[in-house]
Design a protein around this ligand. Structure first.
Ligand code: AHR
Length: 495
């Protein structure tokens, strides 16, 4: 197979948004406990944070981290997680049928963020709670001092305000599984009034209204329209959540799952702009794609709910193979290609729970296959996203119809240009010719590929580098040509 793409720095989509490389830490399974926090671990620091996980978080190149949920937030009382640990209550977590010990709360999380060099993104509970609790949390976190709540934060050891800029107004309120699930009108009104009140404290906050939990929700489209009719002037973002998995052994459809993400983004942009037009508003609502990943939800549905109410059980610990990482890379490419409207995103999640980083309690931390596309894109995507308009052979899929074999995007900065490309073919390499004449005399300075002869090859704690990017020697300089192996994620640097 042969494909081409053209690089021209004149064809800019938008700047690369650092917030595209956000992730998510939820009080779910072992994401917090024995994930980021494990005071007895040999690498634990004075705060009980695992230094090995902090190092991998930095290597992953994470920008923002959403917290504390997820479905968890819709039953959460943030006050439980502050103050002396010995006095913190233990509670039932209805979302994950677990016991929450509250050993980690907002102050610890923000301290962890500072150590990891990431920006916290906070979600408020609009399931069982509402405006007052959201305002209290905001005052506790962001008000400097001189009020009961801000002084409580100071007394709890955080003298400086947490300075959290981005706030999610609830989580997946369209989902019947959500504690305090609402109709679009009910939620839209509550989101609008919560936003209005939060802006009275600080007008500069960046606020995210809940969009749809997937493009297949029965309310998809109508939900976004009704919520934005209520909250358009008061919020900055509408969220999208999407998870994909290989179903019935249909690898071809799975590798094309970014087709659904493209449709999702285009539909939400159109819906938001339509509401804006009807409101005669020139303001534009952006997308916060604040949950995305590969997740084998079908397996979770079969054996998801833990027996009893355990503390930090092993939940949603998907173990990713090569093909998962390639599909995942395709989703990243789609997020980057849409950087004009998707200006924030969060990979769900960071550690242990459908995560790029895994840990063993008391033991190692290691990289899943999906770690690599994220880390490479975060490190190398810089400057502007370019429109590349690939010309590629297509293949037929059961789920998405005809899909190009090549899925690609490029970014361009003074220090160089990088192409990120996926070959979706399950059986043949793809010869990619890059027309870079507009860049003037550039060469391929580095080409790597993430692939494996076994598409189901996985990394493990004992063999953590089985699937990792390797140098791709199949490169020609004139004309510029790179051979992309079947089922592969590729990074090509030009300078
Ligand atoms: O990320 C796992 C869960 O997926 C989140 O808690 C929820 O928001 C979504 O359904």
């Amino acid at each position: 197979h042969q494909a081409t793409l053209t690089l021209d720095p004149a064809f800019k989509v938008a700047p690369v948004r650092r917030r595209t490389f956000g992730t998510f830490v939820e009080h779910l399974g072992r994401c917090v406990y024995t994930g980021i926090y494990e005071p007895d671990h040999p690498t634990a620091d004075d705060d009980g944070f695992r230094a090995d996980v902090l190092a991998l978080t930095r290597e992953l190149g994470v920008s923002t981290v959403r917290y504390p949920g997820g479905n968890f937030v819709s039953g959460y009382r943030w006050e439980d997680g502050v103050g002396p640990r010995s006095e913190r209550p233990r509670r039932l977590d209805l979302a994950w049928h677990s016991t929450e010990t509250n050993e980690v709360g907002v102050d610890e999380f923000v301290r962890w963020c500072r150590k990891a060099g990431v920006e916290p993104m906070m979600a408020v509970n609009l399931g069982t709670r509402g405006i007052e609790a959201a305002l209290d949390l905001l005052e506790y976190c962001n008000h400097p001092s001189g009020t009961t709540l801000s002084d409580l934060r100071v007394a709890n050891g955080s003298k400086d305000p947490h300075g959290i800029a981005m706030w999610c107004l609830g989580n997946e309120m369209d989902g019947p599984w959500q504690t305090g699930h609402k109709t679009a009108r009910e939620y839209g009104r509550l989101a609008a009034e919560t936003a209005r009140a939060m802006r009275m404290v600080d007008p500069s906050l960046e606020l995210v209204a809940c969009g749809s939990s997937s493009s297949s929700m029965p309310t998809f489209g109508a939900w976004e329209a009704e919520v934005l009719e209520e909250a358009y002037d008061l919020v900055d973002y509408i969220s999208c959540h999407a998870y994909y998995e290989e179903k019935d052994g249909d690898l071809g459809s799975f590798l094309a799952c970014s087709t659904d993400m493209e449709y999702f983004i285009a539909s939400v942009v159109a819906t938001a702009d339509h509401v804006g037009a009807r409101l005669k508003s020139r303001k534009r609502i952006d997308i916060s794609f604040d949950e995305w990943n590969i997740w084998y939800q079908s397996r979770f549905r079969d054996d998801g709910t833990p027996a009893g109410w355990p503390v930090a059980p092993r939940l949603l610990e998907d173990h990713y193979h090569l093909a998962d990482a390639v599909a995942f890379g395709g989703l990243l490419i789609t997020l980057l290609r849409n950087s004009d409207r998707v200006t924030a995103a969060s990979l769900a999640q960071l550690v242990n729970v459908i995560a790029p980083i895994m840990t063993e309690p008391g033991g190692r931390a290691w990289k899943q296959t999906t770690f690599h596309p994220f880390a490479q894109a975060s490190r190398l995507a810089a400057g502007d996203v370019l429109r590349v308009e690939p010309v590629s052979p297509v293949y037929e899929t059961a789920r998405h119809g005809e899909v190009p074999l090549l899925h690609a995007v490029a970014t361009h900065a003074e220090r160089g240009t990088t192409v990120f490309a996926v070959n979706r073919s399950t059986d043949a390499p793809l010869s990619l010719e890059i027309d870079a004449r507009a860049l003037g005399g550039v060469r391929v300075v580095e080409a790597t590929t993430l692939t494996h002869e076994d598409v189901h090859a996985r990394n493990t704690a004992d063999d953590p580098d089985r699937v990792a990017p390797r140098a791709n020697a199949d490169v020609e300089q004139d004309p510029l040509r790179v051979l992309l192996p079947p089922v592969s994620w590729n990074v090509i640097r030009l300078a």
